[in-house]
Design a protein. Structure first.
Length: 451
């Protein structure tokens, strides 16, 4: 009982903190939209290339001392880059540190680097960065990395940037973030920002509330999640032990109460989904009408679905041949309470977080994030502003060599040294080279400024 009271208290404190920040974030978002409209007007008034003078075209084509084309110097933007060491199909994202630091520097973003070895470290690093006044925190990794970094930034003025390096990249796809590293960094540098919603679940047995950006679920999906994780990691013995219990599940009576309704809806069900974004799981569009900026959660209750019916629906989702199902009750709400006769597992994104009874609620507009024109946004930024982006410069060859050497040295660190102090090792190895590269680039640009 004490754990449940603590969890409820944590959830209420987080909700209050986010509520206090909502007005501030709304004002900032309104200002960002005004700036975007001005940018669009300026872009529309720019002359076509054929109208420019020959002298202007010649200046644009003149290389500068750093090997890039001459252009006005970029303002420095300080950022914290948090990279997952093992994102992606090949678990080799750490090998891209040199590339990320190089491209961020070329776009005028001076990044301090942290490596995510555990989710709680990434969450704490992001929270500290926001308190220290970092305007930007960049998560380089998959959906799990993005979620834990986002949790540290809830209700702050710090913008979350995404460099998608994961296997499915559901969050990035929903937000219109390009899969290409260079293009995703250009989007971050363009300054196109949106305020998005985040879901929060408080489940029985959990030590604290958990957030979700994609989807939460009750029942079969949660029971199958450990099996899927074991298969993904190659833990076949563990997967074979967990699978029978999931396959033996039978429908149970559930009560679903939406918002302030006096009475809940009842169902005999194996699965209830609460979606914040349209895409989740292994890259599936499970809730096509869900939007991350509408202040609502999309709820789907599967009435009387057998395991075979749910399996068939999963296959249909994979093949894109999904159709309407009268036995799936759809609704929307800001707050959802689920109680079941038999306790069912609860999952938030890809993590099992407890069991029923559970409460789900939306934290509307609580996260500022660099976004494009994704399927998960109701209020999409203007196309011309997104496309304008930021034109990168090139780093001098010697600075590329220094960053590459630091990244290679980091990737070859023995396991014992990582255990002694991973965050310190990473920071010491990467940050000086990145900062020196930025200083060199700025000096080269200063030399090109007209006297």
């Amino acid at each position: 009982m004490s754990k449940q009271r603590d969890a409820l208290g944590d959830g209420r404190r987080l909700a209050k903190r986010v509520a206090r920040a909502n007005d501030k974030l709304a004002a900032r978002l309104a200002e960002l939209r005004r700036v975007e409209e001005l940018q669009a007007q300026q872009l529309a008034q720019q002359p076509e290339p054929s109208e420019r003078s020959a002298r202007a075209r010649e200046q644009e084509q003149t290389p500068d001392a750093a090997g890039a084309q001459a252009r006005p110097p970029k303002a420095r933007v300080r950022a914290l880059l948090i990279i997952n060491t093992k994102s992606g199909p090949n678990n080799d994202s750490i090998l891209r540190v040199k590339e990320l630091v190089e491209r961020l520097t070329a776009h005028g973003i001076r990044a301090d680097v942290r490596v995510k070895l555990r989710k709680k470290y990434a969450r704490k690093d992001a929270k500290k960065a926001a308190k220290k006044g970092y305007p930007l925190v960049i998560a380089a990794g998959g959906d799990g990395t993005i979620a834990c970094v986002a949790e540290g930034l809830l209700g702050t003025d710090t913008v979350l940037g995404i460099v998608p390096l994961g296997t499915y990249n559901n969050v990035a796809t929903s937000l219109g973030v390009p899969m290409d590293v260079e293009a995703s960094i250009a989007l971050i540098a363009s300054g196109v920002v949106r305020a998005i919603d985040v879901g929060m679940v408080t489940a029985t047995g959990a030590s604290r509330p958990h957030i979700f950006i994609e989807m939460a679920a009750v029942g079969l999906t949660a029971a199958m999640m450990p099996v899927g994780q074991d298969v993904k990691m190659g833990r076949w013995q563990s997967a074979s032990e967990a699978l029978p219990a999931a396959l033996q599940m039978t429908p149970t009576r559930a009560e679903v109460r939406l918002d302030k309704a006096k009475e809940g809806k009842t169902a005999s069900t194996l699965l209830i989904e609460i979606a914040n974004a349209p895409r989740s799981g292994p890259g599936l569009i499970t809730s096509p009408d869900a939007r991350v900026d509408d202040g609502l959660l999309d709820v789907a209750v599967y009435h009387e679905h057998t395991l075979a019916m749910l399996a068939a629906r999963f296959v249909a989702l994979k093949t894109g041949l999904i159709s309407d199902d009268a036995q799936i009750e759809q609704s929307r709400a800001r707050r959802v309470e689920v109680r079941t006769d038999n306790p069912l597992a609860v999952v938030a994104d890809s993590k099992v977080v407890g069991r029923t009874p559970a409460r789900f609620e939306v934290l509307a507009g609580c996260l500022l994030i660099a976004a494009g024109r994704g399927i998960g946004l109701g209020q999409k930024p203007l196309q011309e502003v997104v496309e304008a982006g930021s034109v990168p410069a090139a780093l001098p060859k010697e600075e590329q060599d220094e960053i590459e050497a630091a990244a290679v040295a980091l990737s070859k660190q023995p396991a014992a040294e990582h255990k002694r102090g991973p965050l310190e090792v990473v920071t010491d190895a990467l940050t000086p080279a990145a900062n020196k590269a930025m200083d060199t680039l700025e000096k080269a640009r200063d030399a090109l400024r007209p006297s």
